[in-house]
Ligand binder design. Structure first.
Ligand code: SAM
Length: 282
């Protein structure tokens, strides 16, 4: 650790309700020399709400790799810097990873200030198992890539968390229904901490119907919490990797052949895989 260096603070900011800033965040904003922000105009408004004026440095997805070294140099020279994003916790589907990595490599102290994060707020209110979960961020924008990603996750027993946008929510839920089935339980958490906060849970089939009834229900910022595959639905004896391989190969070859290949690869009985494949295609 370089004692003469400054500190990089990773500061969470509100995801809607401005009262969700922490006292510690406000103190750090007053203390630091510089604030690195995604959109300096947006963050300027946020800070002026709290009566704070500080120099900004633009660090966004498109320039982070190139600009991180400038910030590292400033930190090495003793500047203290706060990293914020447009909303919530930096690095969580937001820029900052490359900067933090470089700081840690350079022996610069990185101090996280906990605060709002849409994924965690949604999970906490979802009523879906919160002991083990996978944060998946945004699904791909194109349907083919999105379905491939969902296929990869279809057997996952842990709770899945996705960020989604108002433009893609309907298509994403349609693809989820196609891949995960009508009955998978999902919670849509929309506009958290804001006026139109809505948290609604149902099966994929019913949730899609509910959304279709009123276009306003697809508006705003949203998180999807998807229940993991129920234990009784999982084939306890066949690993998720083998199930995935079987599904992929069975797309190209007859199920019997696919079962034989996967049996060879993973050391299962051919017939067990064949029967499993048949049950899946029912
Ligand atoms: N870093 C942020 C965090 O800690 O949650 C996430 C940034 S990511 C670019 C923005 C996405 O987060 C939105 O598209 C939405 O999926 C989710 N999000 C942000 N604010 C939200 C809110 N108030 N309610 C629901 N979802 C929100």
């Amino acid at each position: 650790m370089n004692d003469l260096s400054g500190i990089l603070y990773i500061v969470a900011t509100p995801i809607g309700n401005l009262q969700d800033i922490t006292q510690r965040a406000l103190n750090i904003f007053l203390q630091v020399d510089l604030i690195a922000a995604e959109d300096t105009r947006h963050s300027g408004l946020l800070l002026s709400h709290y009566g704070i004026k500080k120099p900004f440095f633009a660090l966004h997805d498109h320039n982070e790799q190139e600009k991180a070294h400038v910030l590292v140099e400033k930190l090495k020279q003793g500047s203290n810097i706060a990293l914020i994003s447009d909303a919530g916790t930096p690095l969580i589907s937001d820029p900052g990873f490359h900067l933090v990595r470089r700081c840690r490599e350079a022996g610069i102290r990185v101090v996280p200030l906990p605060g709002a994060c849409a994924a965690i707020s949604a999970l906490c209110a979802s009523g879906i198992a919160s002991d083990r979960f996978c944060f998946e961020g945004f699904l791909p924008a194109k349907s083919k890539a999105r379905k491939d990603k969902l296929e990869d996750l279809a057997e996952e027993a842990r709770t899945l968390i996705f960020y989604e946008s108002t433009h893609r929510i309907s298509d994403a839920l349609a693809d989820m229904q196609a891949v995960l089935g009508d009955d998978r339980y999902v919670v849509l958490a929309r506009e958290l901490s804001k006026t139109w906060e809505t948290i609604v849970g149902d099966t994929l089939k019913n949730l899609r119907q509910w959304l279709a009834e009123d276009p306003n229900r697809t508006k705003g910022e949203m998180v999807l919490i998807v229940e993991g595959k129920a234990k009784s639905e999982c084939n306890d004896d066949i690993s998720p990797q083998a199930v995935k391989a079987l599904k992929l190969i069975a797309k190209e070859l007859p199920l019997k052949k696919a079962a034989a290949i996967v049996a060879e690869l993973y050391g299962y009985k051919k017939n067990a895989l064949y029967q499993f494949g048949l049950a899946q295609s029912d």
